[in-house]
Write a protein that binds this ligand. Sequence first.
Ligand code: SAM
Length: 315
Amino acid sequence: IKDMADDEAIQATNDDASECKRYAVQLGYWCDPFISLLVKQTARKQPEINRGYYARVKGIELFVDKFLKLSGGKGQIINLGAGFDTLYWRLREAGNSPANFMELDFPSITAKKCYHIKKHKQLIDMLNTEDGEIRFSTTDLHAANYHLVGTDLRHIAELNNKLAQAEVNFNLPTMFLAECVLVYVDASATSSLLKWLAGKFPNSLFVSYEQVNMKDKFGQVMLSNLRSRGCLLAGVEDCESLETQQRRFTINNWEGTSAWTMVDVYDSLPVMDRSRIEHIEMLDERELLTQLLQHYCIAVAWNGQTFKNLSIAQG
Ligand code: SAM
């Protein structure tokens, strides 16, 4: 029962993420015509939170763009713990879709997403269906190059099965996305997952966004951070530093890795864009933003030559 309560609390983190994204979009931080179809009106968020989300979304997009360029549109994106992410539709709108796009989350979340997709013509019309066929159950949806499936990332056999249903091709260039997800998965399950993916996808890039620098000045993991909004951060030990974030990949057979705090990611974004969003809302204390950004990072890992040594440098 305790585990189920924790799983429910974890699933509720999706509400938080998608509400924050919707609010920042509404203020004009970035453009996303689809998020408001998935999330209702939300309460006001602090300016530093909005800027933090801006850096998160733009930081991820930076690697998505690099992946799409390097794979020449012939790759697949697998979004782990996708929640209500709208990346598939944003890429479709930009005419920049990969060959296949898979989204995985707990069935309770994918069921809600299926419901919203079915309800909104704008979302369903953009699913690429050459033969016009879209198959769906309560929790899963299959279109020509978009698959939404309900599964628990801690169960590899089930994951394998769901990926097969989503027409995965292990030999295609593959990008995995885990945006604020692995921190909710315990270290041993994350290890099994990363090891399994490394063994199955020889030509791949993993992009992970999550907490970092979670130790206090005495070297202890900050206990207050072990739970966030009532939910156990089971994977927090790996969030100690950029080094532990990277080691998680290398010990699980990924060939190479890099990691940056969001301070570096934010500073790497184009000056014009930063200057534009910095004018949306006043931020009295810039230090608040820096503190926030220091506690999040993007870690990437690769297998094979195609995605070797990717960095946050623009272009
Ligand atoms: N990636 C989305 C984003 O950034 O907008 C959602 C982030 S939300 C903080 C974390 C998501 O990970 C939730 O949707 C949650 O259900 C999912 N998640 C966590 N543990 C999972 C697991 N073991 N299996 C499947 N999904 C999981």
